[in-house]
Each structure stands twice: as C-alpha cells, then as structure tokens.
Design a protein around this ligand. Structure first.
Ligand code: ME8
Length: 662
C-alpha cells in the first residue's frame, strides 16, 4: 500500500472585502504559493488556503453606499479577489468566504464547544459609540469625537458574550515555552510573550449593534464579532467540524503580516484550547512593504498595485523581487527603481542570459543536443561542487523561510557560471577532437548547473524556470520534480534541447517605470465610463465603494471612438535614442505636417528599415516627453505574445499619406 504523504497546511490571512489586493496582500499570498510549490517538491501533500473576510460594519456601510444588499456586495468583491489571484497565478487550493455556509456552521460549532467547556459567559460591554455611523470607536474615551464623522461619541453599554481569555494566560505561556517555534520570527515572540505576561482581559466576541454578521444560534440579535468569526475560517476551509476526515488540521503555518500577529498567537490558540481542538504549529509574521517609509493606504495615495508590474515585467519578476529584496520578517521599502534594477541585473542579465547563451552555444556546437562531457579539469569540478553544495544550502534556507538568502545562493552559482564561461571561452575553441571534447565538457557543465538552479528556483519563478526546463529537454513536469532527488550529474548526454522561449527581455528603466506608473494610475483612477454602468474595477486598498466589478466589458459609443483621430503617415527619418533601448525617434509625414514621434519598437525594428514605411498614427494625442524627447502622436501596433512584441499596423494596398481612418 502506498504510504500517505506527510501533510502541510498553509494559510494566508482572509482579506477584507473593502478593496482589492495591493502589493502587501500579494506579498503574503506569493509567499504562501512559493511555500506550497516548495513543499510539494519536497514530497508533501499540501493545501494552501486564502479567502475573504466579509462581515462587519464596514461592509454594511459600503453596500449601503453602493445601493445593493450586503450579500451582493461581498459576492462581487470575493469574485474580484478570486479573479485577480487567478490572473496572477495564485489560485489557492481552498478559497474560504466568511459568508459560506460551511464557515457559518464552523463558527457556531466552535462557539458551542467553548461555551460547553465553560469559557464563554454573558456580560456587558461598555464603549464609545457613534450613533451616526452605528459603530463603536475603539480606544475612545468618553467625550472623544468619532474619527470618521467628527461628531461626539456616546458611552453605550450592550449585552455581549465574552470569551474568558484571562483563563489562558498560563496555558499560553506554557505553550510558547513548549513550542518555541510557534511564533516566528523570534523578535515577534518576545513582544507577544510580554504582552501575555502583562495579563489578559476577557474578550467580547458578539455584538448586538451590528446586523451583518453570523448569528449566535438562539441568541439573536447577537452576531459574532470580527476575530472569532475571521480566525475560524482557517478551520472551515479544511472540514470545519469534520476536520479529522480531511486530515489537514492543525495548520502547519499561518502566514500573516505583523499587524495581526496578536490575534493569531493569543486569541486563536486560546479559542482552540478552550474548544479542546488542536492548535496550529506555527504563525509566521512578516514585515510590511512600505512606500516612502509609510504603510500603504489608498487615502495616502501610496498603494502599489500588482497588475501593472505584471503587465510590464511578468509575474515571475514580481515574485522574485518580493522575495529577494526584503529579508522575510522585516519591513522593506517598495521602489519601482529597485524592482526594475533587479529585473535587469538578476533576471535579464542573470538567469535569462545564461540560459540563452548556453542554448545558443549548444545549438551551434552540438546541433541542439546535450553533449557527452570529456575529461574534467579542476575548474569544472570546482563549479560542480559549488552547484552540488547549493542544493543542500538552498533547501535549508527555504526550510527556515530565508527566501532572500536562498535566492542569493542560487544567483551566486549563476554568477559563477557566467564567470566560468567568460574564462573558459568555449566559443573560441576549434574543431580538433581535443577542443571539441573540451567544449563538450564546458557546455555540459553549464547546462547541468542550469538544470539544477532551475529546479531550485522553481518555487519562486514557476513560469520562467519551466521554460528553461523545457529548453534543457527535460520531459518530466518541473513542479513534480522531487528536490530531494536532485544531484549533480543527472543531465543525460544526447538529450535533445527543447524550444527556446524568450525569458526576460531587458527593459529601459525609465520607460518601464513610466509605463507601470501610467497603468497604475489608470487602475486607481479609471477614466469614467461614458455609460451609466458601474466602474469596471475597484481600486486596491480603496475605501469600500460601489465599484465592485461589473460583469462583461465596457462598450463605448461611436462618438467616443470618433474622438480618436488616426491618419496614415509615412516615416521620413528614424533613429535610436541614446540610453533608451526600446525607443526609436521618428519623424512622420501625416499629410498636413511632419511630426516627431517616439515609438517603443527599437528592439524589433531597425531604424533604416522603417524609412518610407506607411504607418497608422494617432494624431490628436496630447504631446508628452519620453526619455526627455518630445513625442507628438502615437504609432499603432499590435501587441503580440506574452512579451507584448510590437507589430506595426499597415495596409496591403497603397494608401495616400494623411488619409483618415474611420
Ligand atoms: O487584517 N505589507 O485583512 P486585511 C505587507 N481580514 N503585507 C501587507 C501589507 C503591507 N503593506 N498590507 C497588507 C485583515 N498586508 C483581516 C485578517 S485573518 C483571520 C483576518 C497583508 O485585508 C498582510 O498579510 O487588512 C496583512 O496581515 C494582511 O494583508 C491584512 O489584510
């Protein structure tokens, strides 16, 4: 009988539905996905859960503002979150919504267990309440104004159910001592331990002033209050009351941001202990991505969105940057400059360049086959040893969640391979049998190194490493490759190389940043649609608004199309722009005048070949500067393939310069 694989259960927080994911949410979810892929490659049976936290007064208000029912509002938002995760390749194994019936039942069941065990009692909660906004104001004192509307708050007392958190001070401290790995990183542990040592107050876990929540059975109008509801989602996702059947609970790791560590390491284990259920093995709290040293928020106007970055550089580039640039656990500043710099240096010039160089040399020298290596020289052995040692080192670093250091090790080996090629110069070797044999050894060594580094980097760069794997003629699925079986020397001579697919085309930094920022700006402040239909997307991190996504694409009226003036133009001159790899500066005759236009086509079109060519020009676009060069119009091109290769639009018949397109 096949042995059951060891299980590994990973969660991200369940995110609030009053905005769409920004780079912070994307970060946690990317890490969960990296771990999932990594653990699968280590032979585990893995489940990863994410989801949406859909109850509470904020949703009540947002739905009201949108003029729709709460259930409709959260359904739209949950769809939008799920769709964006799918688009980013971050589809979880379980997506839990707190409005799911299975979750509702789990929360009610957990409450029942806690109550039966004597850890829940009815009491009175007194707090400052804003009667205009229908909400308690946390931490407010009598007389304080409401931070939302500025009107005075009132002291209100309501009947609540309380959870006896105070009874768990000792059990929690004992638990932290017995399982020192429970709170990670270490620095956060000390903070939590001193908080618990300072004494724990009982916790109000129901409300009668909120409507939009899970009802406490037989106790209406009581509904569960935020954390008792939200945290339980981790359990509902893997079976709820029947968790034993699924065999995934307890969670192996809850990934969270440092903002919510207390709820996960104090409240959550206490709820589970009270219900006598197994407690998670670990809570890992990472730091924040900051923008200009401040936490991102829509009101500050400093949120970074994932989609524009992915459109420009690809998802692998974003994943790499998030994991490479910041030590997991610490805060980090997000900067587009650093992102594009890393992209060009580590991905385009690093992995991408090594793969394309190696493939080109194998194509030229060995007809696209992996050669049989000849005698080895000490420098070949040194490189082999470095790659072999990296395997253990990278696995160890992944196991410790030291993602940045794991990548550093892999990229160190890639750099060593680059240096090796530069020193060994296989391209300078001739055709004598000795030289052929030397060339075979060098290229086999490089290809083998590439195979190993590709497998190790796969959890972080799933798409691009799969391309390199195919290029190296590997028939097995990379994601199913067991990292524990990875060894130097497994690359079989005679293997036919697979198809070469472009990996990371170099980008011009200024231009790339400009384009990312323009796309982000459009996503955050969408051009209003001309019809009365709701806006197509909701700005990330935004205050809850009516802008839950509408189904179907927007249509525009003919008058809107007519606003765009396009004419046939003819290229008069074309030249490259110093310092901008992608841009060409053109002068184009559009009939009435000759315009200067910059076009991002330099990587695909030789300037000389464009002279005399008829193109389509958008002539009524506001002028703008690209790399300091004025551009007065836009040349129309199709965007082809995942890299968006531009292909100029044109005509098969002769057309007059200046003719208008309709
Ligand atoms: O707190 N940097 O949901 P939420 C890094 N619903 N990570 C960030 C970040 C940033 N700037 N901003 C957000 C909630 N995050 C509750 C959770 S769980 C039972 C309930 C990430 O939508 C980080 O993981 O406010 C943080 O903990 C989470 O998003 C908060 O998401």
């Amino acid at each position: 009988m096949a042995e059951r694989k060891e299980k590994f259960y990973i969660t991200t927080p369940i995110y609030y539905t009053n905005g769409l994911p920004h780079i912070g949410h994307t970060y946690t979810t990317v890490v969960a996905d990296v771990l999932r892929r990594y653990k699968r490659m280590r032979g585990y049976d893995v489940v990863m859960t994410t989801g949406t936290d859909e109850h509470g007064v904020n949703v009540e208000r947002a739905a009201q503002k949108a003029g729709i029912a709460e259930s409709e509002f959260v359904a739209r938002m949950a769809d939008a979150w799920r769709a964006l995760w799918d688009e980013l390749g971050l589809t979880a194994d379980e997506f839990v919504r707190t409005t799911d019936l299975k979750h509702v039942r789990t929360v009610q069941w957990l409450f029942k267990l806690c109550k039966e065990n004597g850890y829940v009692y009815k009491g009175h909660y007194t707090g400052q309440y804003c009667i205009y906004d229908n909400a308690y104001v946390n931490d407010a004192k009598p007389g304080d104004p409401c931070p939302d509307c500025g009107r005075p708050t009132e002291t209100v007392t309501e009947e609540n159910y309380f959870f006896k958190l105070s009874a768990f001070q000792k059990p929690l401290l004992d638990f932290y001592r017995k399982f020192p790995e429970f709170i990670q990183p270490e620095t956060r542990k000390n903070e939590i331990v001193s908080f618990v040592e300072g004494g724990l107050k009982d916790l109000s876990i129901t409300r009668t002033t909120i409507r939009w929540g899970i009802p406490v059975p037989g106790e209406e109008p009581h509904v569960f209050y935020v954390w008792f509801d939200a945290l339980t989602a981790y359990l509902s996702a893997v079976g709820g009351p029947e968790y034993e059947k699924r065999g995934m609970w307890p969670a192996d790791v809850h990934l969270v941001g440092k903002d919510i560590i207390r709820f996960h390491t104090v409240y959550w284990p206490a709820f589970l202990m009270a219900a006598m259920l197994p407690v998670p093995k670990q809570v890992w709290a990472h730091g924040w991505f900051l923008m200009d040293a401040a936490k991102m928020s829509k009101s500050k106007g400093n949120v970074v969105l994932p989609r524009p970055i992915v459109n420009m550089l690809g998802m692998d580039a974003l994943r790499y940057f998030l994991l490479r640039d910041v030590v997991f656990g610490q805060d980090g500043n997000f900067s587009y400059d650093a992102l594009v710099t890393r992209y060009n240096s580590d991905l385009a010039n690093g992995l991408g360049n090594l793969a394309s160089r190696t493939a080109a040399m194998l194509e030229k020298g060995f007809d696209g086959n992996i050669p049989k290596p000849g005698a080895r020289l000490p420098q070949d052995d040194t490189l082999a040893k470095e790659a072999q040692n990296a395997i253990g080192e990278v696995l160890e670093r992944f196991d410790k969640f030291e993602f940045s250091r794991a990548l550093e090790t892999i990229w160190g080996v890639i750099a060593a391979a680059d240096k090796y090629l530069t020193t060994e110069q296989p391209w300078a070797l001739g055709n004598s049998p000795d030289e052929e044999s030397r060339k075979a050894t060098i290229l086999w060594t490089t290809a083998e190194l590439l195979r190993i580094m590709t497998a190790l980097a796969h959890p972080v760069l799933p798409d691009s490493t799969a391309k390199v794997w195919t290029l190296l003629g590997q028939a097995t699925a990379l994601g199913a490759t067991e990292l524990d079986g990875l060894r130097w020397g497994q690359l079989v001579p005679g293997t036919k190389l697979g198809k070469f697919q472009a990996l990371f085309p170099r980008v011009d930094k200024t231009e790339a940043i400009e384009r990312i920022e323009a796309m982000a700006n459009e996503e955050l402040n969408p051009t209003p649609a001309p019809t009365a239909a709701p806006a197509p997307s909701t700005p990330a991190g935004g205050a809850a608004s009516a802008a839950a996504p509408a189904a179907g694409a927007e249509k525009i009226a003919i008058e809107d199309f007519a606003k765009v003036e396009m004419r046939v133009g003819q290229v008069k001159t074309a030249e490259r722009i110093v310092g901008a790899d992608k841009l060409l500066k053109l002068t184009v005759d559009i009939g009435s005048e000759v315009r200067q236009i910059c076009a991002g086509i330099a990587q695909y079109y030789e300037p000389e070949a464009l002279i005399g060519r008829k193109v389509i020009v958008v002539v009524n676009l506001a002028p703008r500067k690209l790399r300091g060069v004025e551009s007065n119009g836009m040349i129309v091109a199709a965007s082809v393939g995942p890299e968006g290769r531009p292909v100029l639009a044109g005509f098969h018949e002769d057309v007059e310069v200046g003719a208008r397109l309709k």
